[in-house]
Every structure is written in structure tokens, then in C-alpha cells.
Design a protein around this ligand. Structure first.
Ligand code: OVV
Length: 394
């Protein structure tokens, strides 16, 4: 079977501004496509994306999960010990981090996170009109997550720009990459400082990571880089996840009515919103050998971009995929990845969204989009800069 060649560039501004407009072209061309513009293969159908994510021995992460092949190009930063590694190193780092990022520690903070969510909800009720990005989706994770890690107070304004620069760096060296990279140096320096043992507060996930170093499960240098993963992957992802959750309920008010009638559905809403509009739109793998994808051969040493957002709306898998439906069975969605690299911090995202919904359900009868949503373009993230909303109090 020959692999169709497409000329579209999945990292140009037209594509990134509205990826969903281009996904049919990717999915319908074949199970695997050759993307001439970026000299890599692309996979956008759900079954194939999921199969590749499961086969971590053939489709490796250690050569980078962006366009750059670390065996040929200098990585943008020292590689992540979780995201950009393969077993056996990954088993060790993931294993120790699974003991740091525990449900038990989140259970402890839940009451205080709910209080913060309720205070924020009260404030939004009083205002009626607000920006769901700057007044909610950015505010709330920043009010809880850095404290969970035990991050120093000074310099936290670097967190969101660091994430945007990191996620841009998975793409090509285009203008978007240059735009966040140009100012990244002080941000990168702050992040390095913030990850040092001496600058972490006791009781947080940061110090718990260093406790693993004390037990000999990793070195001191590895601990710093593992803490860096929390700062890289923990904020912009949840900010835009919450942004899309709000966009979903404002776009589908019937789903908000349904949630208010059955608040127990709050636990499922995040997964469906991640399926409906995936924050992490793409990640790459590299083939460790000639690889078969549904009868198509990808040669060894190739970069393969997985279109997670396209897989999550593949009509081959999902019924009416463009509809946000919180009763839908979302099992198998790839918005948090799939397989051994599946999102380590997903319980943080779940708790943040749950307490926010728990605070908003009794207070808000409906959300209405009151202005044009504005996207913030990024090589990896489908992100929002602004989402003007109006609410009607309950
Ligand atoms: C999932 C993700 C995104 C960005 C960075 C990292 C992980 C990391 O481990 O540094």
C-alpha cells in the first residue's frame, strides 16, 4: 500500500488556528500520510493513533516527542526524564513519580481547593460578565497547583510562559517557536532555580521528589529535572483544559442543564471535554525499526506525528464526534495520551475541574458566550487567550 503525500503544514497558522477544519483531509487520505512540508509521517485515525501509543517499543519517545530527532539534533532543553525517555529508565522515573503524585495527597487538599473554587465562583457571580480564560481558567490552577508542588512564591508569573515555550518547542522552528523562545532565557533560568531542593517548600510534591533521591531511586540532578516536569506539563494543560470545559458548556447549554440535574456527571465532564477539544493536539514518536501500521510500512528512524485531537473526533470511532455530550462513553480517548506515557498528573486536572464544577453547579443556571473567543496559537496546544462569557445566576 502506498502512503499518500499531503502538502498541508500542520504547524502553519491556518492549521493551528482551526485544526478541526483540516482533520478530515488527514484522516480520509489514509491510515498513514506523508507530510511533505515537515518531512514526517502523520497518523490521525483513532484506531491507528491508539495502536501506536500502545506500541512504545516500536514507536519510541527517547528520540523526542516533537519534530526534532534527538539522535540527530540538539534538544531544545535537557530531555524530560518522563516524557522523552523509554523503558527501562522510564519505568524507574515513572514509578517513583507515581508515588509522589498520589490520590491520597490530593484527597487532603480537596477541601481547600473546593473553598477556593467557591470563592472564585462567588466573585464571577457578582460580576456576571467575565473572561473564562483570564478570570477563571488561568487563575484557578495558578491558585492551587504551585502550592501543591511547594513552589517558591517569587517568579510564578514565569509558569505559563514556560509552558507555552515548552509546547512550542515540540513543533518546527517556525515563527511561533521563535516568538516564545526569544524571551525564554530568564524564564528557563527561573524554572531551574525553582526546581532546586533549597527553593522548595516542605510538604509538597517537589520535596517528595527529592525524598526519592534520598532513598536512592534517582540522583539529585534527576530529581530537579523531574520537578521540572511538573512545571512544564502542569499549568498550560489544565488552564486550557478548563478553558475548553467552559467553552463546551457555553456552546452546549443543554449539557449544563443535564449536569445541574445530575451533578454526579461532573466526574465525566473533563474527559468528554478533552475528547471534544483536546488541549494537547499532537505528539510525535520515532520508529525504532520498520513499523507496520494497519498494513502500511513506516521505515526505521522516521518521525511520526500523532494527531490526538483528530483521533478524538474520528467518526470511525465516535458517534457525532463534534457534539459535546457528558453522558458519552469516552473510554479510549487519547486526550491524555494512552499506554505507558499516559498523563501522570491527570488526577490534578480531574480534581481542579471537579471542584470548579462543584462550585459552579449550584450557582449558575446558564453560561452564554458574549464575545468572540480568541485562540492563542501554539505548535502543540489548542489554547485560548480569551473567552468572554456571561452567566445567569441560579
Ligand atoms: C506531557 C509533558 C509536556 C511537557 C513537558 C513534559 C511533559 C515534561 O515531562 O517535562
Amino acid at each position: 500500500m502506498t502512503i499518500p503525500t499531503l502538502t498541508l503544514d500542520p504547524f502553519d497558522e491556518a492549521f493551528l488556528a482551526d485544526p478541526y477544519a483540516h482533520h478530515d483531509a488527514l484522516r480520509d487520505a489514509g491510515p498513514v500520510v506523508w507530510l511533505e512540508a515537515r518531512q514526517c509521517f502523520g497518523i490521525a485515525r483513532h484506531g491507528e493513533v491508539q495502536a501506536v501509543l500502545k506500541d512504545h517499543e516500536t514507536f519510541v519517545s527517547g528520540r523526542g516527542v516533537g519534530l526534532a530527532d534527538f539522535s540527530k539534533e540538539e534538544p531544545w532543553r535537557p530531555p524530560s526524564l518522563l516524557l522523552e525517555t523509554d523503558p527501562p529508565v522510564h519505568d524507574r522515573t515513572r514509578g517513583l513519580m507515581n508515588k509522589v503524585a498520589t490520590l491520597a495527597s490530593l484527597k487532603e487538599v480537596r477541601p481547600s481547593w473546593l473553598k477556593k473554587a467557591e470563592a472564585l465562583a462567588d466573585e464571577l457571580i457578582a460580576r456576571r460578565s467575565f473572561d473564562a480564560v483570564t478570570d477563571l481558567a488561568e487563575i484557578f490552577p495558578l491558585s492551587v497547583f504551585p502550592d501543591l508542588i511547594g513552589l517558591m512564591d517569587e517568579g510564578r508569573e514565569h509558569l505559563l510562559p514556560y509552558g507555552m515555550a515548552t509546547f512550542n518547542a515540540f513543533g518546527p522552528r517556525n515563527a511561533l517557536f521563535e516568538s516564545t523562545n526569544a524571551t525564554a532565557a530568564p524564564t528557563i533560568a527561573w524554572v531551574a532555580k525553582a526546581c532546586e531542593r533549597a527553593n522548595l517548600k516542605p510538604g509538597g510534591w517537589g520535596m517528595a521528589t527529592y525524598a526519592a533521591a534520598d532513598c536512592g531511586e534517582c540522583t539529585e540532578e534527576e530529581a530537579a529535572r523531574l520537578v521540572r516536569s511538573f512545571l512544564s506539563a502542569g499549568l498550560d494543560t489544565t488552564v486550557n483544559g478548563i478553558g475548553h470545559l467552559m467553552l463546551a458548556f457555553a456552546t452546549f447549554p443543554d449539557q449544563w442543564d443535564k449536569l445541574r440535574a445530575r451533578p454526579e456527571l461532573a466526574k465525566r465532564a473533563l474527559d468528554e471535554s478533552l475528547r471534544w477539544d483536546s488541549t494537547a493536539q499532537t505528539f510525535f514518536r520515532t520508529t525504532a525499526c520498520d513499523a507496520d501500521v494497519n498494513g502500511v510500512t513506516i521505515p526505521e528512524g522516521a518521525k511520526v506525528v500523532l494527531f490526538l485531537g483528530a483521533a478524538n473526533r474520528d467518526p470511525r470511532k465516535w458517534d457525532r464526534p463534534e457534539l459535546f455530550n457528558i453522558e458519552r462513553a469516552t473510554s479510549g480517548h487519547v486526550g491524555l495520551g494512552f499506554g505507558i506515557h499516559q498523563c501522570l498528573g491527570q488526577m490534578v486536572a480531574r480534581l481542579e475541574s471537579e471542584v470548579l464544577l462543584e462550585a459552579l453547579i449550584p450557582r449558575v443556571s446558564t453560561f452564554r458566550i458574549s464575545g468572540n473567543p480568541v485562540r492563542r496559537l501554539n505548535n502543540t496546544l489548542h489554547a485560548l487567550k480569551s473567552l468572554p462569557l456571561e452567566l445567569i445566576p441560579a
